[in-house]
Design a protein around this ligand. Sequence first.
Ligand code: PLP
Length: 379
Amino acid sequence: MSNQQIYLDNAATTSLHPKALEAMMPFLTTNFGNPSAIHSIGRKVRSAVEKARRDIAKLIQASTAEIFFTSSATEANNTVLRCAVRDLEVKHIITSPIEHHCILHTAEQLQTEGLVKHHILEVDCYGKLKIESLINTFNSIKNEKSLVSVMHANNEIGTINDIAKIGAICKENNALFHSDTVQTFAHFPLNTQELDIDFLVGSAHKFHGPKGIGFLFINSDISIKPLLFGGSQERNMRAGTENVPGIIGMASAAKIAYENLEKDKDYISSLKEYLRKKLTENFKGIAFNGCESTENLYTVLNVSFPPHPKNEMLLLNLDIAGICASGGSACSSGVDVGSHVLNCLGTQNNRANIRFSFSKFNTKEEVDVLIKSLKDILQ
Ligand code: PLP
């Protein structure tokens, strides 16, 4: 990166892949037609949008009719929760306590509106869902319809849930299953034919696609009505003129990601393990939040630094040193209220927790600069 900046916040967002930008360019310039128009310029764009849909569907072994483009994963997740309650007789929404706020706040809001009961399951000290807590909840609900929404991987600590197992348990209990797969789509294989899953989502800016575009997979067995009303876009399921450059960029970035998945996974994992090793060697009392090894995202290392007078300023000092990382905390209107994820794991508040998240564009040299900067700040 320019100005010697080191970007280690790829779970928040990623840089646009140059090839995705290249794929988008014609749709930002000459191919500007509205895909709903019947003239040739519109039809040309419609055909590109439908090809992007086929590409995304193929990557997760879905049919094209099961893919709906949205403005973001936030919109896709809101659509699932709200429409399941309105259209599928769902009376209970069951989530983990460490879901993204677009799930938790929507479930809370639906409960406030008196439409559902929101059940919050237990996770272990690594943030992994306790399966027995799901089974106990099903037993307490008995025969009323429920929607389970459990994320595939947590964006702050990287812990991965076994969504094959969770989906199977939901099926046995006649519950709908939704997984927020934002951090795993385009990072791990996802096969909707093999999973017992009703809904999953993706967000392009998490895998080197553009911002402001996502998608929702809805299993063809499920029928819901739209969240947004208006035009007949997305087969009457999501009104609003399509974000055509976004859709094209998302499909391009997703294809690139899946074509290079194993190679990129090995490379990024090696950077993460190098950082873990260097931190352990250089800093006494260092610890890591979340599960280790294969039960964790290879892109995320959430580090817990032992008590130190400089801890509060650690992120700021890293920023001054040109290193972008994240506290993973919900910071609204400038007031740091702490991370709901780390609070749930019971982390001690005299430690500094920093999430470093990698992409294939990071290097070992950048990790060395990070270690040197941390030593300068903390020693
Ligand atoms: N879910 C998870 C796990 C995320 O990490 C994010 C983004 O931070 C979202 C949902 C929201 O995605 P979007 O930015 O597309 O609204």
